[in-house]
Design a protein around this ligand. Structure first.
Ligand SMILES: Nc1ncnc2c1ncn2[C@@H]1O[C@H](COP(=O)(O)OP(=O)(O)OP(=O)(O)O)[C@@H](O)[C@H]1O
Ligand SMILES: [Mg+2]
Length: 255
């Protein structure tokens, strides 16, 4: 058991797309220093729920979120919340690497510049180097920072997107199936990176890969049909699930 206050707390969250309900009364804590995995069959609402944590559903026409979501006790759905700022504090990495069609340097420098995080050119250069280093990409790109981000391999592009998220000094990083478009070697690099980033950022990762969830996370949440069926220590979820639906899923009976 972990007695440190959670980084984020969602209570009674419902999400609708028009009249269709995609998330049903989900309450969950996102721990501060652990990696949390969201698992569950396709269409169960993992991405939808992940997006409630940084208000990305606001950008989807017809999507509506009910309930309470807090970060360090602060209501992220409050009218006074600066959503652009929030999405820097709660960064996101997507399934398909999506670097900007700009240089590697600019991909990472863009966020700090628009958020006014660099005091000088030298400061910005340092932020870029530090972010790329933390993302495990610096050595591979340090001599080609002016080349386009889109010219990198898929795995490198994904690490570039992680560097871009890190550059604005986030508190939470949300990753939605960050490895599903990558080969096993690139996947292993991202998993290693997640281990290294753990503790510095609260991390939530959606994955279809049970082995990956078991390898990278300390907490696992199993979603089914828009509900949070079971949430607990990853080792318990995988070795001793309490719910039949969880057991059926992790043993591959459906999904
Ligand atoms: N933009 C949208 N408009 C309408 N319905 C949507 C939209 N996005 C998702 N849905 C619906 O909400 C439900 C949950 O979808 P979501 O994408 O969150 O599932 P998921 O668990 O991430 O699935 P997958 O594993 O395939 O990525 C599904 O029934 C889906 O069809
Ligand atoms: Mg999804």
């Amino acid at each position: 058991m972990n007695h440190i206050a959670p980084k984020m707390t969602a209570t009674g969250v419902n999400v609708f797309y028009g009249r269709k309900q995609a998330i049903r009364d989900v309450s969950i804590d996102v721990p501060r220093e652990d990696v949390t995995a969201f698992i569950g069959p396709s269409g169960c609402g993992k991405s939808t729920f992940l997006r409630t944590l940084n208000r990305m559903n606001d950008t989807i026409p017809g999507a509506r979120v009910e309930g309470d979501v807090r970060m360090d006790g602060e209501d992220i759905y409050a009218r006074s919340m600066d959503v652009v700022q929030l999405r820097a504090r709660v960064g996101m990495v997507f399934q398909k690497p999506n670097p900007f069609p700009k240089s590697i340097f600019e991909n990472v420098a863009y966020g700090p510049r628009i958020h006014g995080l660099a005091r000088s050119k030298a400061d910005l250069t340092q932020i870029v180097e530090r972010s790329l280093t933390r993302a495990g990409l610096w050595n591979e790109v340090k001599d080609r920072l002016s080349e386009s981000g889109t010219a990198l391999s898929g795995g490198q592009q994904q690490r570039l997107c992680i560097a871009r998220a890190i550059a604005v000094d986030p508190e939470v990083i949300l990753m939605d199936e960050p490895c599903s478009a990558l080969d096993p070697i690139a996947t292993a690099k991202i998993e290693e990176l997640i281990h290294e980033l753990r503790g510095r950022y609260a991390i939530v990762i959606v994955t279809h890969n049970m082995q990956q969830a078991a390898r990278v996370s300390q907490r696992t949440a199993f979603f089914h049909l828009g509900q949070l069926v079971e949430y607990g220590d990853t080792s318990d979820i995988f070795t001793n699930p309490r719910q039949d639906r969880t057991k059926d899923y992790i043993t591959g009976r459906y999904g």
